[in-house]
Structures are given as structure tokens and as C-alpha cells.
Ligand binder design. Structure first.
Ligand code: IMP
Length: 547
């Protein structure tokens, strides 16, 4: 500070001290993000170890990506096999494993959503389908397992066996028991596998081959009673009837048994025993009203308002509409990368937040638009802003290896969303493509790629574009292919194995403890080079390392 020589020595001293105090006040102001005043004095708001690390980075104006950091190890008494991976996707949608499949055309329809929920995670059905088709995909997931089906697939007595077999194949139904009802919804019988197996003429009508004797139960029957009846009478499906004989739903033995015996504790199911499932929606009101209403009828558990810029008025308006119209359906909003955005979306009613602007493998947003925060910093800032709000946040995009999942969760995310790593599996939509050399692969394209935008209004809307003329579109993603990888369960197994291992290194018995204990190092480029296999002639393919 330059002192004024016309002042007395004492005044010069005062001026000097005032300058120092000003600097101290500035420092105190910036520290307020990390401390709070209470009746007992000053309490530190540095609740987690990593707060200090990120505070330093914030002061330097640096934002970090997955490859910029690694976690410090801690003394541990925890074995990887003993850790709990339970978290939530949204206020009311639980996860037994913290992995969610992305709502992309090449990633999640019902087959992926069923597989993910059975593995303990969650699938979000993409929105490039008509509202009717998307609701049908949701229904397939909800029906796949539910112990009590309120809308079982029914057939009519005059349907031929051939018609039912064709319908079963077309809709990819895995079960063989169908209630047979008349026009007024009254139950006439149940067509089970034995009738199809022993039928000698597929032109026969169902009504002619089924037995008129049916075991049924009255409305309101509890699952334990249903189980007893089914076991005592040796039946796989129990129709539940109203007082006047109309079919109200069915219990299915396999699902009832699973719930009673809890033999598949990892399945991610709601209180009614059906698999949890989500669906993506656009903010555009014309589509939103009908889509939401059909998804509601299909009993979707959570909707994801899907946008490249979640911190915008259109998304906030759509979110408020969702929560006002269907308060029982959780609504997750995004995508964002700033703390202020997280706070605004939660204030507007969000039950979960999706973080990620630009980290996706197929994404070009950061290069085309020049915006976005590297993902670890984005996850930390948004999740930190939500610590007191009890709203989970999802780290979406950019996960390359299982170690990135450990880092995303350690930085504060409740779960991660995957696109590329789940594309190219048996359960992802789309055909396996074979090259003349015999390589097998599947398409994986960005929702904001040129091809996706030309084909689909939902993709254009995600990026705020209306015109679908090729030369009028400004893509923010690319079209690509990925190797065919086999069943998704194999991929998830390896990813969870890596996560469990990371938690073991930190001595974290569960994810909240991981978040408490996590502290980071910034990695130099030499450190990154040292971290990958190096100095080798060849590297054999490993099941969890394919860079
Ligand atoms: P990945 O797991 O790295 O492949 O990232 C998947 C995520 O990228 C998705 O969940 C979306 O949030 C995001 N995304 C999908 N398509 C695009 C695109 O075309 N541009 C930018 N981001 C995209």
C-alpha cells in the first residue's frame, strides 16, 4: 500500500492498518462459504475432508476432471466385499447399487431398465419414442416383476391360440399365464402354459381349451394369504376379483415367492414389489402434458426432465408443472454444473439433480459452445450446495473406468449415470452390427448429434433447436459405435468391483462414509502417465480396463 507522506506518522500507521483490515475482511468474506456463526462462536463449515482441497482449487479458479484427481488412501478395516452400495436416485427412488442407465436411444429401453433394476440400479427410458411407446416400455418394466399386477395382459375367449402366441412374441412377453376375460371385464378362466404346450390346433379359440374352473381370491387379499393359496392349490397365477366377478389384478407365484422369501434382495423394487423405472421427458409443454399423463398411467416412479441446460426458465416451469400435477411422481431435473443451479432447481421442487455439462463421451458441447465445468468440480459444487437439502445428485457422463465412479461418489454424488459403458450390451437397443472381419459392435450416438437431431424432435429440443433441416442444425454431439460387450451384468459386476475396492482402500463401509473420509490429490500429467499401464510392449485385454 502506498502511504500518503503529507499525513502524520500516526495517521500513516492508521492508514496502513486500515489496509490490512480491509484485506482481512475480504478474506473473511470468502471464508464465509466454509464457516458459519452460531451462538457458541464460529463453527467451521468444512464438514468433509475434501472441502479444504476444493476450497483451494476454487480460490485458484481451477476446475478438475476425473483424470485430474485421485483419492488418498486411509487406514482400513473394511473388505471390499463387505461394503454397502445403497443410495438414492431421487427423494423416493432408492438404489441398491449407485448406477443408472442414461435416457439415450442407444442405451435404455425396457430390456436395459429391467436388467438394471434387477441388478439393483435403475434405467431411465429415453424420450425419442412417442408418448404411447414410451409409456408401453415403462409398463413392461413395471409388469415384469410386480407381485400384484393391476393391469395384467389379458386375452379374450374367442382369441385363437395362434393370435396369443403371436402377441406374446411381438411384445416379447416372458410369461405364459393369461387371464381370460369377457367384454365386461369378468373373469372366464386362466390360460396357462400347459394349454399352449398341449394344444394340437392353433386355430382353436382359447375359450374352448381352458378349464372353466378357476381358483381366485377376493379384492384386498394380502400377499401372504395369496402365497398360501397358490402353494396349497399348486397354481402360478392367482386372479383377484371384485364382488361382481370383474378381474382386478393378479398375483404371480414367482414374484410373490421372491418377496416372501426375499431371495433376490438386490432387486431394486418399490413397496408394491415392482421394479423401479424412470422415463425422460422434454420441457416443451405440448409434449409434456400428454407424455406425463401416459407415464403416470403406466406407473412410472420418476421422470427426468432432460435438457442440456437445466438452469433455465423452461425447465423450472416444467418442473413446477410436474410436481403440481403429479406430486407422487419424483422429478429429477438437469443438466447443470453450478451450485446456484442446484439450489434453484431444488427450490422449484426437484427430487433429484443431474450434473454434467459437457463430460459425456459423445459430447461436443464444451468445444462448440465454450461452456461447462470439468466434471469433478461440477459434482462437488452442486452436491455440496445440496448437503442440507436431502436431495440426491447424479454424476452424469464422462465415466471411463470404475475408478471414476469412486471419485464421483467421493466428491458428493449419490449415483452415476452411464451412457457409453452400457451401450453395446445385449440389453441396449439396436442391432449388433458385424464387420466383414467378424468384429461385432453397436451404434452409440449423442442425443445432440446431427443424426439424432435430424430424426427426432426430442433431441432438437434438448438443445433448444426447432428446425430439422440438416444445414440449419448445430449439433453438440457425435455419432459413434462401440464394441459389442455381451450382457450388461458383466459390465456392472466389474464397475462395482472397482468401486468396492476403492471404498476398501479408504476404509469406507458405505457411500456416506466414503464421502466423509474422501480427500483428494491433484494429479500431475506425470502422475496420470504413471497411473496407467506404461512401458510395456503389448497389453492383453482386461475385463475392466480397455483404454
Ligand atoms: P457417457 O457415459 O460419457 O457416454 O455420457 C452419457 C451422457 O452424455 C448422457 O447421460 C447425457 O447426459 C450426455 N449426452 C448424451 N448425448 C449427448 C450429446 O449429443 N451431447 C452432449 N451430451 C450428451
Amino acid at each position: 500500500m502506498k502511504l500518503n507522506n503529507n499525513l502524520s506518522k500516526e495517521d500513516q500507521m492508521v492508514e496502513k492498518l486500515a489496509g490490512k483490515f480491509n484485506r482481512m475482511i475480504e478474506m473473511l468474506r470468502s471464508m464465509m462459504e466454509f464457516v458459519e456463526l452460531s451462538d457458541d462462536g464460529i463453527k467451521t463449515k468444512i464438514k468433509r475432508k475434501c472441502d479444504k482441497f476444493f476450497r483451494k482449487m476454487t480460490f485458484k479458479g481451477e476446475a478438475l476432471a476425473y483424470n485430474d484427481v485421485r483419492l488418498r488412501t486411509c487406514h482400513s478395516e473394511i473388505l471390499p466385499g463387505d461394503v454397502s452400495l445403497k443410495m438414492r436416485f431421487s427423494r423416493n427412488v432408492t438404489l441398491n447399487i449407485p448406477i443408472v442407465s442414461s435416457p439415450m436411444r442407444d442405451v435404455t429401453e425396457s430390456a436395459m431398465a429391467i436388467a438394471m433394476a434387477k441388478l439393483g440400479g435403475l434405467g431411465i427410458i429415453h424420450k425419442n419414442l412417442s408418448p404411447e411407446d414410451q409409456a408401453a416400455e415403462v409398463r413392461k418394466v413395471k409388469r415384469c416383476l410386480s407381485a400384484f399386477l393391476t393391469e395384467p395382459v389379458c386375452i379374450r375367449p374367442d382369441d385363437t391360440v395362434e393370435k396369443v402366441l403371436k402377441m406374446r412374441e411381438k411384445e416379447n412377453l416372458k410369461f405364459w399365464s393369461f387371464p381370460v376375460i369377457d367384454e365386461s371385464g369378468k373373469l372366464i378362466g386362466v390360460a396357462t402354459r400347459k394349454y399352449f404346450d398341449f394344444c394340437q390346433n392353433n386355430q382353436q379359440s382359447i375359450g374352448k381349451i381352458i378349464s372353466p374352473e378357476v381358483v381366485s381370491a377376493p379384492e384386498g387379499i394380502k400377499i401372504a394369504e395369496a402365497y398360501k393359496i397358490m402353494m396349497d392349490r399348486g397354481i402360478r397365477i392367482l386372479p383377484v376379483l371384485s364382488g361382481t366377478g370383474e378381474l382386478k389384478g393378479t398375483y404371480t407365484l414367482a414374484d410373490v415367492k421372491r418377496i416372501i422369501q426375499n431371495d433376490k434382495a438386490d432387486y431394486n423394487v418399490g413397496s408394491d414389489g415392482s421394479l423401479f423405472v424412470g422415463a425422460a421427458i422434454n420441457a416443451g409443454m405440448s409434449d409434456l402434458e400428454i407424455r406425463l399423463s401416459l407415464l403416470h398411467q403406466a406407473k412410472v416412479d420418476v421422470v427426468v426432465i432432460d435438457s442440456a441446460h437445466g438452469w433455465s426458465e423452461g425447465i423450472i416451469k416444467a418442473l413446477k408443472y410436474c410436481k403440481k400435477t403429479y406430486p407422487k411422481i419424483d422429478a429429477v431435473a438437469g443438466n447443470i454444473s453450478e451450485a446456484g443451479a442446484a439450489i434453484d432447481l431444488v427450490r422449484a421442487g426437484a427430487d433429484g439433480i443431474r450434473i454434467g455439462q459437457g463430460p459425456g463421451s459423445i459430447c461436443t458441447t464444451r468445444m462448440i459452445a465454450g461452456i461447462g465445468t470439468p466434471q469433478v468440480t461440477a459434482v462437488y459444487s452442486c452436491a455440496k450446495a445440496l448437503r442440507d437439502a436431502d436431495v440426491p445428485s447424479c454424476a452424469d457422463g464422462g465415466i471411463e473406468l470404475s475408478g471414476d465412479i469412486t471419485i464421483a461418489l467421493a466428491a458428493g454424488a449419490a449415483n452415476v449415470m452411464l451412457g457409453k459403458l452400457l451401450a453395446g450390451t445385449t440389453e441396449s437397443p439396436g442391432e449388433i452390427i458385424r464387420s466383414p472381419e467378424g468384429a461385432a459392435y453397436k451404434n452409440y450416438r449423442g442425443e445432440g448429434s446431427l443424426g439424432a437431431m435430424i430424426e427426432n424432435r426430442a433431441c432438437r429440443e434438448r438443445y433448444g433447436q426447432a428446425d430439422n433441416a440438416k444445414d440449419k442444425l448445430v449439433p453438440e454431439g457425435v455419432e459413434s459405435t462401440v464394441d459389442y460387450k455381451g450382457d450388461v451384468g458383466v459390465i456392472i459386476y466389474q464397475l462395482l468391483g472397482g468401486l468396492r475396492s476403492g471404498m476398501g482402500y479408504l476404509g469406507a463401509k458405505d457411500i456416506p462414509t466414503l464421502q466423509e473420509k474422501a480427500d483428494f490429490y491433484q494429479m500431475s500429467s506425470a502422475g496420470l502417465k504413471e497411473s496407467h499401464p506404461h512401458g510395456l510392449q503389448t497389453i492383453k485385454k482386461a475385463p475392466n480396463y480397455n483404454i
